[in-house]
Design a protein around this ligand. Structure first.
Ligand SMILES: [Zn+2]
Length: 339
């Protein structure tokens, strides 16, 4: 595309009119939560996994695909299940070889296999708000007002993890009867060794003195935020186009992304384990592509299990089964990590 320099300078903005909220540790931010005419916030929610496939691979929050196909199949759920199948087998082996091991020893051994090694976290909520981030100094005390006394701001997508949303935000907004109305909050990310640790200790608070609210300092603020939001296509479809965290990955890509890890786990399984795992999958998943999946577990010369028909009434069976069985088996980092 040929264009002038000045147009090119604005080009990026036309591609991506809104960015994800980014924070620095040790800084405070003034954040306003806009609402629409029905007084509803601009909030987008997804079921996600925290995926960590290692350097060079996809990392961070990824939408659980179980809700996006009739079979309820999610490669991330599968990899998680496989990981724990592998861990269980290793633990059983350990117990066999160490008959005198105490429960504590066994727990310690299991921990050594899972600590920072879980490739896919359990399904949890991810909450994305369209917010106005106001331009203030680093301590969130002084607005960077322009010559007309207006406080500059940008609309951004603020993602909250399950823990941030349920354990911090909801508890806070109870104080205002859960009714956001261009409510201004101060988010303080304390000094810490890492950004993740800082996010874990994030403090969300309302202004101690309502007279110091930004909308009092700048009476045009709310109107200007409304105008900016009106310019934006806030439809689910458009918003998920902008943020991968809200967008289900293409199934083939997701399967490709987990392929190396899956192969590694398979490599470490005995044939009996593979067969047991394959039949477990068959029992728990009504996927049409379960046949392909099972083929990868079994040697060509072994008899192929029959593929069950798709049961349309149980799209989430596999994810639910995994959730029920594994919900508390690992401790995921509850903060939202940066991509
Ligand atoms: Zn999933």
């Amino acid at each position: 595309m040929r264009m002038s320099l000045s147009k090119a300078a604005a080009f990026e903005k036309t591609l991506r009119p809104m960015m994800s909220f980014r924070y620095d540790k040790g800084k405070s931010y003034r954040i306003v939560f806009p609402v629409d005419e029905q007084k509803e916030p601009y909030l987008y929610v997804r079921k996600v996994h925290n995926v960590r496939l290692g350097t060079g691979n996809i990392m961070g929050k990824r939408v659980c695909l179980a809700d996006f196909n009739e079979e309820g199949y999610c490669p991330f759920c599968e990899l998680r299940r496989m990981f724990y199948t592998h861990v269980d087998a290793e633990v059983a082996e350990y117990v066999k070889n160490n008959p005198d091991a105490t429960e504590e020893d066994i727990a310690k051994y299991k921990k050594s296999l899972t600590d920072n090694k879980v490739p896919v976290g359990r399904v949890e909520g991810l909450y994305g708000f369209i917010v106005a981030v106001l331009e203030y100094d680093e301590r969130g005390m002084k607005p960077k007002t322009d010559s007309e006394g207006k406080i500059p701001f940008t609309l951004q997508m603020l993602f909250m993890s399950n823990a941030q949303f349920n354990k911090k935000f909801l508890i806070k907004v109870e104080q205002i009867d859960n009714e956001l109305d261009f409510t201004e909050m101060i988010f303080t990310y304390p000094e810490a060794d890492s950004k993740m640790e800082s996010a874990r200790n994030l403090d969300m608070s309302f202004l101690p003195n309502p007279d110091k609210a930004s909308k009092v300092i700048d009476p045009t603020l709310i109107e200007r935020i409304k105008e900016e939001i009106d310019k934006l296509d806030t439809s689910e479809e458009n918003i998920q186009k902008m943020f991968y965290q809200l967008r289900p990955m293409n199934m083939d890509e997701a399967i490709k992304a987990i392929a190396a890890k899956r192969a590694a786990y398979l490599e470490s399984m005995s044939d009996e384990e593979k067969a047991a795992y394959a039949s477990k999958l068959k029992d728990n998943m009504d996927a049409v592509n379960v046949g392909d999946l099972i083929n990868t577990f079994l040697n060509e010369d072994e008899p192929q299990p029959q593929v069950t028909e798709v049961k349309k009434d149980s799209p989430n069976k596999m994810a639910n089964a995994i959730l029920a069985g594994l919900a508390d088996e690992d401790e995921d980092d509850d903060d939202f990590d940066e991509d």
